[in-house]
Design a protein around this ligand. Sequence first.
Ligand SMILES: Nc1ncnc2c1ncn2[C@@H]1O[C@H](COP(=O)(O)OP(=O)(O)OP(=O)(O)O)[C@@H](O)[C@H]1O
Ligand SMILES: [Mg+2]
Length: 249
Amino acid sequence: MSTLKLDGVVAGYGQGDILRGVSLEVEAGSVMCVIGPNGAGKSTILRAVSGLLRPRAGSIAVDGQPIASLKPREVLSRGIVHVPQERSLFPQMTVWENVLLGAHVLGDRARARRRIEEVAERFPILRERRNAHAGSLSGGEQKTVELARALMLDPKLIMLDEPSMGLDPKARQRVFTTIRGLNETGLTVLLVEQNARAGLEIADEGAVMDGGVVKLRARGRELLDDPRVGALYLGAPITPREAAPEPTR
Ligand SMILES: Nc1ncnc2c1ncn2[C@@H]1O[C@H](COP(=O)(O)OP(=O)(O)OP(=O)(O)O)[C@@H](O)[C@H]1O
Ligand SMILES: [Mg+2]
């Protein structure tokens, strides 16, 4: 069964439509990577799923249950978490306090304290930098803390909006390794990535968004090898010895 299914989703801010009929399925246990140019509507998809934006038409369902009319807090309680594109930690609070906030909606402090110990097993930085202000951490460290915070509710689906943005190559690699590791523990991942090559490499499936719709959808590997994708979104032909043909319009 599919964990997340969007069907003909139309949504936008104010009057205009940004999503113009998005259909997308993310299978339980898989990694789906959405790529596409700036402004295509990638982040808007994640906002619609997480309840920050209500679709004007179409449906969003998790395990067959409609969620499009739920409030963000209710979506969270269905096991869906969203790590936004912009930095989202409270810089003046400590690392530990920030992560504890991830379980705030539970309203159960004892449970949150037990859970953070489990999460800290996977992310040693939580103990190492426990009392540091989140704002004093490097970009890569902050992203790790954001991921840890998202895991506090033990979600089944995690949506990551450009987690590698602004990171140096090493930190970027660590983020992708972490994502793959999370997926191996059974977590379903919906990843939005400008760093299309690295994102598609860890993905089971990929989707190319453009102009508010999904233009192409295929196995991650197939998209990587697709010359249209290579020319348009990956900056260079995938196979160095073989020039990609001109993109067809
Ligand atoms: N809060 C908002 N109010 C009005 N328009 C918005 C808002 N957020 C985004 N938009 C517009 O919606 C369109 C799609 O934005 P979105 O953030 O989904 O794109 P994206 O594919 O994530 O792009 P990027 O790669 O730059 O992150 C853009 O034209 C953007 O200007
Ligand atoms: Mg975006």
